[in-house]
Structure formats: structure tokens, C-alpha cells
Design a protein around this ligand. Structure first.
Ligand code: GLA
Length: 401
């Protein structure tokens, strides 16, 4: 007898034997927003909210995908992987199989080339089908990369069960390819990198051009600090929304200034940029150029002076996103301003923007006051009540069982 009040489990849906369980985290971006697709720098960390996939090995070539959050089974043959016929949440999982199947042909693309490793050995022509059951603690639409958590949990499961010789940077590129072409969101490589490379109490300092990744000790707990996430419940729309427009503006700015990407500019180029570009494009360019510098400054400051010294960089990043890149919304601005006014060391919106979450770096003793003030400010402004919670920097994708 099935108890309809409890969500289904692997064995309620599939009759294959469980071969293992893998998980991958969502991420918070500490700083470095909209810099990844400009070949720039980012400093995200993996969070202690994970997506878990339980997998059974089949004796045919079918991939079957089910979840605890939606009824039904999505199914596709490994001999017939086609992004055009993937839809809904299962595209994130099935898209990984498709991206792995074409990785060899994409070896020259910037992400795969930078990731290195020998992609020629990735061959899915004889691997077994799998049953996948997905559960997730990463809120959807909160700007915390529930999509990357799903992609990366599935990617590490596939890599292990199919014995693929593929490094984690290449797996991040696989995740990005799935998101770009199976899901249809033209995102960069930050989220998958954070989910795959994250370490406890650490940030992932990533050069999105070379894909060189450095682990940076965040030291929040030792400094008596916590990261509060304020999920505004305002929904963002990457694929159709302003994300594409922002990306296009950046490409336009780079082309007009004669560089491959905005990564190739620094503060000294901004005078020339202002002369050459229309005001809007100039402000988009200025955000990316100054944000790259803020990432470098944040990494240096964390290493020399510790996390209490990075607040002004977080604050400045928010101003730049609000005024130059114009990706904030009133709810995010209110969360940030209220946190700053009630004792946060620093605060900013995080992720792609147009909704989602803000983060505030707060002394533990101020946490309750900051949260109460934010809830009160939202009520006063007539906004939907946000969800406020603490996150810790956690380990990246792994096998759990
Ligand atoms: C989304 C994308 C990332 C990145 C951020 C903005 O999260 O998935 O690739 O571009 O927006 O920094």
C-alpha cells in the first residue's frame, strides 16, 4: 500500500537494484556576477543544500528519470539522445547524457579546451541504461543554482557508472553545454564549477578563461560570521529575460573596443570605453570591468585581512549591479539595504538577477536582528515575505552511498 502523503522513493518507481547515490550542491556566488561569460573571475561557494540522485543500472539502453517533486517518469534511449525532445526539469538530467555523447566533437570549444583531458575516450555507444531518482533541498528559482546541482549530481553519477575518464572541469563544461543547448539557457560556467569544485568553508576562485580554480579559505565561522540568504521569491527568467540582453550588450561592448572579451579590459580602459560606447553599453562594460577587479580584491583581502574586511566590496558589487548592470529588483535592494543598516558586514544580490536571492555577511550575534528587520521591511513595503536562512560553504559533488 502506498502512503500518498509521503513523497515517492526510488523503489516506488523503479524495480532495478540501486547501484549508488550521488549528490551535488547548489551555490551562492560571493562575488563576481555576470563575469563568467566574459571570461572573467568569480568567487562562488558550494552550499549545504544538495540535490541527490539515486541510480539503478538497467540491462537495456534506456535512461529513465523520476523525482520526489513531480509525478511521472521521463524516458529516452541512449541511442536516441536529442535535446529538441527534452523538456521540463528532466532536460537537465537527460541533457547531461546528451552533452557527454557530443563532448568529443566539442573538444575545441573554449570550455572543453580549457578544461583539458582527453575527451576522445568518452564513448556512450555501449554503456548501460540507468534509472535515476532525483530529490532536492535546493530551492528552485532562488538564484542558488538548483539546475547546476541537478546537472552535477547526474554528471558525477554517469561518470562513475560509465567509467568515463573525465576531469571535474570538463564535467563542468558538460553541465554548461547541457544547460546551454538542452535547457536553452545561455549561461556561463560558474554554477557547475562551484557545484563540482566546492570545498567545506572555502570559496572557488575561478578564472573563467583558463578554468584555473583556486580554493580560497573563507574563514566565516572562525571570524564569527554567517552568510544569510534572503530568498525574495521573485522569479527570474534566464532564458527569456534580461540575461540574454546583458550578455549581448557585453559582446557588443567587447567588439566595439576591439577585444575578445571584457576580461581583456581594466579600469584604465574605461575612459576610452565611455567615449566610444553608448551610455547603456558603457555602464554594462563598467560593471564587468569593476566586478572582475572586486573579485581579485576580495580574494586578496580574504587572504590578508580576513572576511570582516570584504564588506565594502560586497556592497560596491551590489551598487554596480543595481545601477550599471541594472539586474536588481526593489525586493533585492530592500533586503540589501536593510541588512546593511542593521549590522551586516556587507550585502549584495547573488546570481543572475531579476529576482532570486540576496546574501548578507552578518556577525552571528546580529543574525536574529538582521532577519527580523528584513521581514519587517518587506511587510512594511507590501512585498511577499522572503525566506531567510543561513548557508555554509560545503563540499562539492560526491558519491554518498
Ligand atoms: C547565472 C548563470 C551563471 C552566471 C550568473 C551571473 O547564475 O547560470 O553562469 O552568469 O547567472 O553571474
Amino acid at each position: 500500500m502506498t502512503d500518498t502523503t509521503t513523497p515517492p522513493r526510488f523503489s516506488d518507481v523503479f524495480d532495478t537494484e540501486v547501484a549508488g547515490r550521488w549528490s551535488a550542491p547548489g551555490r551562492v556566488n560571493l562575488i563576481g556576477e555576470h563575469t563568467d561569460y566574459n571570461d572573467g573571475f568569480v568567487l562562488p561557494f558550494a552550499i549545504d543544500r544538495r540535490t541527490t540522485v539515486t541510480v539503478g543500472r538497467r540491462d537495456d539502453r534506456l535512461l529513465r528519470v523520476a523525482s520526489s517533486f513531480e509525478a511521472g517518469v521521463h524516458e529516452m534511449s541512449l541511442d536516441d539522445l536529442d535535446p529538441a525532445s527534452m523538456s521540463g526539469w528532466s532536460a537537465y538530467a537527460l541533457g547531461i547524457a546528451w552533452a557527454l555523447s557530443v563532448a568529443r566533437d566539442r573538444a575545441d570549444s573554449p570550455s572543453f579546451a580549457a578544461a583539458g583531458g582527453d575527451l576522445s575516450t568518452i564513448d556512450l555507444s555501449a554503456v548501460p541504461g540507468l534509472d535515476l531518482f532525483v530529490e532536492s533541498e535546493v530551492p528552485v528559482g532562488a538564484g542558488l543554482s538548483s539546475s547546476a546541482a541537478l546537472e552535477c549530481s547526474v554528471a558525477v553519477a554517469f561518470a562513475e557508472l560509465w567509467a568515463l575518464d573525465v576531469n571535474r572541469s570538463a564535467l563542468a563544461a558538460v553541465g554548461q553545454l547541457a544547460e546551454n543547448e538542452a535547457v536553452g539557457a545561455p549561461t556561463g560556467i560558474m554554477d557547475q564549477s562551484a557545484s563540482l569544485l566546492g570545498r567545506t568553508d572555502s570559496g572557488v576562485f575561478l578564472d573563467c578563461r583558463s578554468l584555473d580554480a583556486d580554493v580560497v579559505d573563507l574563514g566565516f565561522a572562525a571570524a564569527g560570521l554567517e552568510v544569510l540568504v534572503v530568498d525574495t521569491h521573485v522569479e527570474h527568467a534566464h532564458a527569456t529575460g534580461g540575461y540574454v540582453e546583458r550578455r549581448t550588450s557585453c559582446e557588443k561592448g567587447a567588439a566595439a573596443l576591439g577585444v575578445d572579451s571584457l576580461r581583456d579590459l581594466d579600469a584604465d580602459d574605461l575612459g576610452r570605453a565611455e567615449e566610444l560606447l553608448d551610455d547603456e553599453t558603457f555602464r554594462r562594460v563598467r560593471h564587468v570591468v569593476t566586478e572582475n577587479q572586486r573579485v581579485l580584491d576580495t580574494v586578496r583581502t580574504l587572504r590578508t585581512d580576513g572576511p570582516r574586511a570584504i564588506g565594502h566590496l560586497l556592497d560596491a558589487s551590489h551598487v554596480s549591479m543595481r545601477d550599471d548592470f541594472e539586474i536588481s529588483v526593489p525586493e533585492l535592494d530592500l533586503a540589501v539595504a536593510t541588512a546593511q543598516a542593521t549590522g551586516a558586514v556587507g550585502a549584495r544580490m547573488t546570481g543572475g538577477g531579476f529576482g532570486g536571492s540576496a546574501i548578507a555577511l552578518v556577525p552571528t550575534e546580529a543574525r536574529a536582528d538582521v532577519e527580523a528587520a528584513i521581514l519587517a521591511a518587506f511587510a512594511e513595503a507590501g512585498h511577499t515575505a522572503p525566506t531567510v536562512f543561513t548557508v555554509h560553504a560545503a563540499e562539492g559533488a560526491r558519491r554518498d552511498a
